[in-house]
Structures are given as structure tokens and as C-alpha cells.
Design a protein around this ligand. Structure first.
Ligand code: 1HE
Length: 257
């Protein structure tokens, strides 16, 4: 798989997908969005987890504003739907995806990050939604995914006032699950990806595909769906092996180290 502006590397069972448009702060052109969709659609079956990173001083400056042309309403809708399709392949693709964040994570860059399952931010990271001041609106799924991380009130404030969250307050607000020293987000993301890749694939699948849906179901439906996924997961041979390994003293204990 080769694409301009996107580097794909396989490190054992981890796919590293790197935005390679540092001169344009990794702004997401239509070509780059389509490439991301393609990559996550065609990941080799040996891949167990993926890391998305951005080359240069910024993770991603969002939509490539130079491509914003005069679009009519239908073209605008199809453009937004193209983003939805691409980011859907990340969120509901075959493997968990970890975003390694640094510098600007803004506009469509934040929409991309919020489609990932884990976000690791270094201390240079900042988050913003400049759509408000550019006279547009989020179109890459941001209004669905970002409020789930930080709440509707914070997202409304960001878009109304242009508020920028620095790394530390961003982590407190819920943008990222991990905050690490400057320059170490990629290494931490790889460490987490290796850990995630050791899980039973069915557990990872349930976390990516069942949990977000269960969380949106009415409680009664959610309990029922949970019982189905729980039964499917525990019936798998891999679950039985792992449980036996623990009971016979071969598996790691839970430890706070
Ligand atoms: C770009 C873009 C871009 C940089 N599209 N070309 N996103 C924004 O509104 C964010 C706009 N970008 C910025 O605020 C800044 O560029 C950054 C804070 C990200 C980085 O600042 P800096 O000083 O490191 O870089 P720079 O000098 O501003 O930019 C370097 C080059 O990248 C420059 O091009 P050059 O040819 O003059 O060298 C910039 O024009 C170019 N560049 N960002 C196109 N975004 C599905 S809907 C999603 C809607 C949105 O994402 S709206 C938010 C868009």
C-alpha cells in the first residue's frame, strides 16, 4: 500500500500510519482522507493494532482549507459523508487504533483523533475547533464524537469562542487518556499498541464494536446486548485457554506496577 502523504509501516503486528504533509501541517486533503479510508479497509489480517502519528511539529491542522471551493449544498454533504466513511473505517475497523498527538490537533485533526480508540498526547499538544471562526461547521463526525469525550458544553464553548485547550487541561477535559512528556507520544502509543495487540481479538472487537453501541442503548437493551457479547467472548477457545492459564498460575496477575 503506497500513498502520497501517508506512510504505512508494519512493526510486527502493529501498523504505523503516519501523516506525511508536515509542510502543510498535515492538513487533510481529499486524497489523504481517501487514503486513510483505504488503509484501514485493507489492513493485513496479521495486524492486531494501529498507531496514527503525524510527521513534523503538528499532528494535524484539520481540513485542507486550500481545497475548500465553491460547493453547493449537495456537494458539501457528499464531502462530509466522505470524511464520515473514512473515519468510520478507523473507529469501526478491524483493530484498535491509538493516536499519538503533538502540536496542533485542530478542526478535522481533532475529528480524526476522536475516531481513534486511545489518544496519547505529549505536552506540546493543543486542541481547537477553528471552524467557528472560519464560518463553517465540523463535518468529519466531530459533533457526534467530540461531545462524547469532553461534553456538549465544552465543544460549544470551543466553537463559539475559539478557545484553545493546552495539553494538560486537555487531558483533564477528556481529549486524551494519556499525557506524556514532549516528544514521547509515539513511543507511548507503540507501548500501548503492543499491549492491546496481546488481547484476545474477540475482546478487542467487542470493545470497539459492542461497547460504544451498548453505551447508547437504553439500559434494559444494553444489559441484554452485554450478556450476548459476554457469552460469545467467554465461549471462544482463546478465552478458555487464558482462564486456564490464570487458574494454573501461568498468567500475569493484576499489578499496579
Ligand atoms: C494549511 C492548513 C490547513 C496550515 N489547510 N493549509 N484548520 C485550521 O483552521 C487551522 C489552520 N492552521 C493553523 O492555524 C496553523 O497552520 C497551525 C497552528 C496548525 C500551525 O501553525 P504554524 O505557524 O506552525 O504553520 P503555518 O505557517 O500557519 O502553516 C504552514 C503551511 O501550512 C502554510 O502554507 P505555506 O504554503 O504558506 O507554507 C499554511 O497555509 C499551511 N496550512 N494549516 C491548508 N488547515 C471535515 S470538516 C473539518 C473542518 C476543519 O478542519 S476547519 C479547521 C481548519
Amino acid at each position: 500500500m503506497t500513498y502520497p502523504d501517508l506512510q504505512i509501516e508494519l512493526k510486527d503486528d502493529i501498523a504505523v500510519v503516519r501523516l506525511m504533509r508536515a509542510s502543510k501541517r498535515n492538513a487533510l486533503s481529499d486524497g489523504l482522507i481517501l487514503a486513510l479510508r483505504d488503509v484501514f479497509e485493507k489492513l493485513p489480517s496479521s495486524v492486531r493494532a494501529a498507531v496514527i502519528d503525524g510527521d513534523g511539529p503538528h499532528f494535524c491542522a484539520g481540513l485542507d482549507l486550500s481545497e475548500l471551493q465553491e460547493r453547493d449544498a449537495a456537494q458539501g454533504m457528499h464531502h462530509s459523508r466522505m470524511w464520515h466513511a473514512a473515519l468510520e473505517h478507523i473507529q469501526h475497523g478491524p483493530v484498535p487504533v491509538i493516536a499519538a498527538l503533538h502540536g496542533a490537533v485542530v478542526g478535522g485533526g481533532l475529528e480524526l483523533a476522536s475516531a481513534c480508540h486511545i489518544r496519547v498526547a505529549d505536552s506540546s499538544t493543543f486542541y481547537a475547533l477553528p471552524e467557528g471562526s472560519r464560518g463553517i461547521f465540523v463535518g468529519g463526525g466531530g459533533s457526534v464524537r467530540i461531545p462524547k469525550l469532553i461534553g456538549v458544553a465544552r465543544m460549544t464553548d470551543m466553537m463559539l469562542t475559539g478557545r484553545v485547550y493546552a495539553a494538560e487541561e486537555g487531558e483533564r477535559a477528556g481529549f486524551a487518556q494519556y499525557l506524556v512528556p514532549e516528544g514521547t507520544a509515539f513511543d507511548k502509543a507503540m507501548e500501548l499498541a503492543r499491549r492491546v495487540a496481546q488481547n484476545a481479538p474477540l475482546t478487542n472487537y467487542a470493545l470497539m464494536h459492542a461497547l460504544p453501541r451498548i453505551a447508547e442503548q437504553p439500559a434494559d437493551h444494553g444489559f441484554f446486548t452485554e450478556s450476548l457479547i459476554c457469552a460469545i467472548a467467554q465461549a471462544a477457545p482463546e478465552a478458555k485457554t487464558r482462564l486456564r492459564d490464570f487458574l494454573e498460575g501461568r498468567a500475569a496477575k493484576v499489578s499496579k506496577e
